[in-house]
Every structure is written in structure tokens, then in C-alpha cells.
Ligand binder design. Structure first.
Ligand code: PLP
Ligand code: COI
Length: 362
């Protein structure tokens, strides 16, 4: 099923003109500029995966009783294709996204898309929409594979039909102020409980985080940081990114996985790169009390958020739960800057890639 011929191709009658595309790519922001095409693959119980297509990007027509609209059986992924110095393009660790997509599907009792089909769908969409990969530093083509219960049925059960799709968005930085974001500690809301869906990339996790994100915005903060649901004490992750702490002895720490945190691919990559640099890396719980105390004592020097969209973004200020503390000078610290550069240089194809993380597409 891995051959390109698996995807039927529908010609686009009216591509966005080059001049218009150029204007859009000059300052794309995040998640607003979309490419010309999309991928669709259908799944039907008994028949398996079928009708794989690359078509002009267009709205969907859904029956109002489509199961996802009622019970939110939906998962997604986020990965980027980067422009290489010689004009080619490469995907970063797409195999890890394909694996996580399957794991999310399993948790949500959905059909599991074969990893090769996930990879092939991403490769082909990038190839057909290659002109949409920004060239500017910090730019990339963000791929958004997703899948939802498309069966028309109001009974509550795992669906027997799914629609898998990939759309692509030309992006720049996720945050308007990528040089130091402020985060709001959610006191009343948690993101994920033991036994819940925190480790799956399902839309429901984000839906339930929005009231806390709304509170953060109202308080003038960029993002929410969630504490654990049991003790309301341990720092877990941000609404859409993992978190790292940098200490005065040069060591770094991130909360451990365990079912309530998304196993971020950026998180894992950073841990590996940091260990290779000789840094001590701990995956250990870190409490909000300790965070505040370590900032006050000077033991904690830097903190940053990381993820496909956020890349590596320094955390400059933390507020909420009767706390308000600034980290360092509120901007990017030396260690964060170095970790970011190590990662981004590999992604942009300007540093060696000893782990084979980049898959050149053309
Ligand atoms: N945590 C959450 C809740 C996320 O939405 C994301 C983004 O995908 C991450 C962490 C970081 O994951 P990754 O590095 O795989 O993009
Ligand atoms: C990503 O980084 O890919 C995400 O899905 C997070 C979201 C905040 C855009």
C-alpha cells in the first residue's frame, strides 16, 4: 500500500496564483494560511482503508448525525516539513508522529492507520504543495493529519467508519512574542487525569483546556500550565506544549510521562540532544512550590516550552494560584538558546543529523 499510486490525484482547477501565495508566505503567522490540496482516506469496517485521494482543498459536507459532532471521537497530529539550504525539503521525525497517531487511535477505540500510509500521505501532500514551504528562518510547512468518526449514527460506540485527512499550513512562529512567554497556572481546571486521555492527541483534550486558556488570556498571559489532577501540585505541561526547567548546575528537568502528559517528539529529541552534550537530564516530577522557591533562590535559571508549533519558547513569567514570578530577565537564556539552536539547525539541514531524523523529500 506504500506506492504513490495508492492516492488518486484530482487536478486543481485554479491554484492560488504565485503572487498571492508570495504575499501570504511573507508573514504567515500560525494556522491561517492553507495550501491548495488535501489528502483524504476512508476507512470502513470490513473493507479497511480505501479511496485515498489528493484533491483540491475544499469544505467537507457532513450529515448532522456524523458521530464526531456528538461524541468527539477524533485525533490529530502536527509535524513540519522544512526548506533545506539547497531548496529541497525534509520532514522531521514523521515516523514518530505516525506511531503516536496509531497510539492515539488505539486509546480512542478508532481504526489504526498503517504507519506507511500516514507517511506516504504526508510525503505526497508536501510534494504537491511544495511551493507553500516558507523559506524564511522560523518558517515551515505545518502538516495536520487528523481522523474522525464519520459514521452517521447517534448510538454511543466506536464508529465503524472513519475519515483520515491531511491539510497543510504555511507557518511562522506560534507566539507573537517568541522571546519570552507568560504562563498562567490553572487553579480550577486540570487537563488530564490518570486513566484519561492525556497521552493521546485527541481534540477533546484541547476542548477541555480552552476555559483555562480563556482565563490565561483574560489575565494577560500567553498560555496555561496545568498541574496534576490528583494532588494539584505537580507541573505537567502547557495547553499545547511540554515544559523543561534549566538549573544553575546546567542540568535540565522535565515532568515524566505516565499517561497524563503528551509524549512530545520535541521533548524526546531535546532530551537526547542534551544528553549527547553531556548535560544531566532528569524526567522527574517538579512541584509548583519548588519552581517558585528555586526561582527565588536562584537554583532555577531558565524554563522553556517545546513542541512542533512552539519549537523552543522561553517562559519569562509565571502567574496564578497567588504567585507571580519572573524567570531570568524574562527573555531567552543561554542554555535555552543553545538547545534551540541544536534542534533547529538539524531541522533546517544546516547541522549533521546523526539520528536520521530528517527524511529528504526532494
Ligand atoms: N503537549 C501538548 C498538549 C501538545 O499539544 C503538543 C504539541 O503537539 C506537545 C506537548 C508537543 O508535542 P510535539 O513535540 O510532538 O509536537
Ligand atoms: C503542535 O505543536 O503540533 C500542536 O499540536 C500544538 C498546538 C498548540 C498547535
Amino acid at each position: 500500500m506504500s506506492a504513490p499510486s495508492f492516492f488518486a490525484r484530482e487536478e486543481h482547477p485554479a491554484l492560488v496564483p504565485a503572487s498571492e501565495r508570495g504575499a501570504l508566505l511573507a508573514n504567515p503567522g500560525f494556522g491561517k494560511v492553507f495550501t491548495d490540496h488535501m489528502v483524504t482516506i476512508r476507512y470502513t469496517e470490513g473493507q479497511g482503508w480505501h479511496d485515498a485521494k489528493i484533491t483540491p482543498r475544499a469544505p467537507l459536507v457532513l450529515d448532522p448525525a456524523t458521530a464526531v459532532l456528538h461524541y468527539a471521537q477524533e485525533i490529530f497530529e502536527g509535524l513540519k516539513a522544512y526548506r533545506l539550504p539547497d531548496g529541497g525539503a525534509a520532514l522531521f521525525r514523521a515516523d514518530a508522529n505516525a506511531r503516536r497517531f496509531r497510539e492515539s487511535a488505539r486509546r480512542m477505540a478508532m481504526a489504526e492507520l498503517p504507519e506507511e500510509l500516514f507517511l506516504q500521505s504526508c510525503r505526497e501532500l508536501v510534494a504537491v504543495d511544495r511551493e507553500w514551504i516558507p523559506e524564511a528562518e522560523g518558517g515551515a510547512l505545518y502538516l495536520r493529519p487528523f481522523m474522525f468518526a464519520s459514521e452517521v449514527f447517534l448510538g454511543v460506540k466506536p464508529a465503524s467508519e472513519y475519515l483520515y485527512m491531511v491539510i497543510a499550513s504555511s507557518v511562522g512562529a506560534y507566539f507573537k512574542t517568541p522571546t519570552g512567554v507568560s504562563i498562567w497556572i490553572s487553579e480550577d481546571y486540570t487537563r488530564a487525569a490518570p486513566g484519561g486521555t492525556g497521552a493521546a492527541k485527541c481534540g477533546g483534550n484541547y476542548a477541555s483546556s480552552l476555559v483555562a486558556q480563556q482565563e490565561a488570556i483574560r489575565e494577560g498571559c500567553d498560555q496555561v500550565v496545568f498541574l496534576d489532577a490528583v494532588e494539584r501540585k505537580w507541573v505537567e505541561e502547557l495547553g499545547g506544549m511540554n515544559v523543561f526547567f534549566v538549573f544553575e548546575d546546567g542540568s535540565i528537568q522535565t515532568p515524566p510521562l505516565g499517561g497524563t502528559i503528551l509524549p512530545g517528539i520535541t521533548r524526546e529529541s531535546i532530551m537526547l540532544l542534551a544528553r549527547e552534550e553531556g548535560l544531566t537530564v532528569r524526567e522527574e516530577p517538579y512541584s509548583i512550590d519548588q519552581w517558585e522557591a528555586d526561582v527565588a533562590s536562584g537554583r532555577l535559571r531558565e524554563a522553556f516550552a517545546c513542541g512542533t508549533a512552539a519549537v523552543v519558547t522561553p517562559i519569562g513569567r509565571v502567574r496564578g494560584c497567588n504567585r507571580d514570578f519572573r524567570i531570568g530577565n524574562g527573555g531567552i537564556g543561554v542554555a535555552t538558546d543553545r538547545i534551540k539552536a541544536r534542534l533547529v539547525d538539524i531541522q533546517r539541514g544546516v547541522a549533521p543529523d546523526p539520528h536520521g531524523w530528517m527524511e529528504r523529500l526532494f
